[in-house]
Design a protein around this ligand. Structure first.
Ligand code: SAH
Length: 254
């Protein structure tokens, strides 16, 4: 045994993760916002508002706040997208094309059907890019393709090792700057997840959907291993107190 391992990272609860059990659980869940959010559908608005504000600040960077609209992002991905709650409620408002990655086909079918309807659906329909029915452990983003790769409430379904490998692929999936070599990347991997509240910072295994809830420390360690640095992070405000705290991270290549 390696005795130099940081004790905080010694919890290997992710060994219990089983992708078949995950799919079995999610297949049994209703294809609606209530199903996506585990019985707290009212938190969706707060979540999307927080994400929208965060993304706007991130994109404006050091530029002084201005009323001028930001140009649309060209291509983004919604990963572990479910029925496309974030796709429709956030990403389609800021991007020209949204690719959707989600292992459970009945969820993406629900998204596609909802966009077939008239009204808002019609306007959003053209923005739907590829629909990929894969778990993130198996998805390889196209290299240099994405302005934003959004990962929310799904990364607990990957083991630590899978998550690091996946984040490395995401890093390579970010759009590369045009023009001179060495120009800064202007694209982000976004991670928005629940955080463990364990007093020893241990990750918590959830048998119901075969996922782990990681500590902030664990996330930071895994981002670093993947060669990603945190350029902005915030705790989501206004969530019900009985739920895990929710943190959003914007990541760029080191
Ligand atoms: N991100 C969406 C959905 C959250 S629910 C939202 O915030 O509304 C969690 C989603 O993760 C479900 O749609 C579930 O099918 C999906 N999921 C389950 N296992 C996964 C895996 N291995 N990789 C990616 N997504 C997975």
């Amino acid at each position: 045994m390696d005795m130099t391992v940081d004790p905080a990272l010694e919890s290997h609860v992710d060994a219990a993760i089983n992708h078949n059990d995950q799919l079995h659980y999610w297949e049994s869940v209703s294809s609606d916002v209530n199903g996506m959010l585990g019985g707290y559908p009212q938190t969706s608005r707060i979540d999307l508002q927080g994400s929208s504000n965060f993304l706007t600040k991130l994109r404006r960077g050091r530029q002084p706040a201005s009323r001028q609209a930001l140009p649309p992002l060209r291509r983004v991905a919604d990963c572990g997208a479910g029925i496309g709650r974030i796709t429709k409620g956030l990403l389609m408002n800021v991007a020209e094309k949204v690719d959707v990655v989600e292992p459970v086909k009945k969820f993406t079918d629900e998204l596609v059907t909802s966009l077939q309807a008239g009204g808002e659906g019609a306007a959003q329909r053209e923005k739907l890019g590829e629909v990929v029915n894969l778990g993130l452990q198996d998805w390889v983003p196209e290299k240099g393709a994405y302005d934003v790769i959004w990962n929310q409430w799904c990364l607990g379904h990957l083991t630590d090792t899978q998550l690091v490998q996946y984040l490395v692929r995401c890093k390579e999936g970010l759009r590369r700057p045009e023009g001179e070599a060495g120009a800064p990347v202007n694209a982000w991997v976004v991670v928005k997840e629940n955080l463990s509240t364990d007093i020893w910072n241990k990750d918590i295994y959830d048998e119901e959907d075969s996922s782990v809830t990681r500590s902030d420390e664990k996330f930071r360690e895994l981002f670093k291993k993947a060669g990603l640095k945190i350029v902005a992070t915030e705790l989501q405000k206004g969530m019900p107190k009985e739920l895990f705290p929710v943190r959003i991270y914007a990541l760029k290549p080191e």
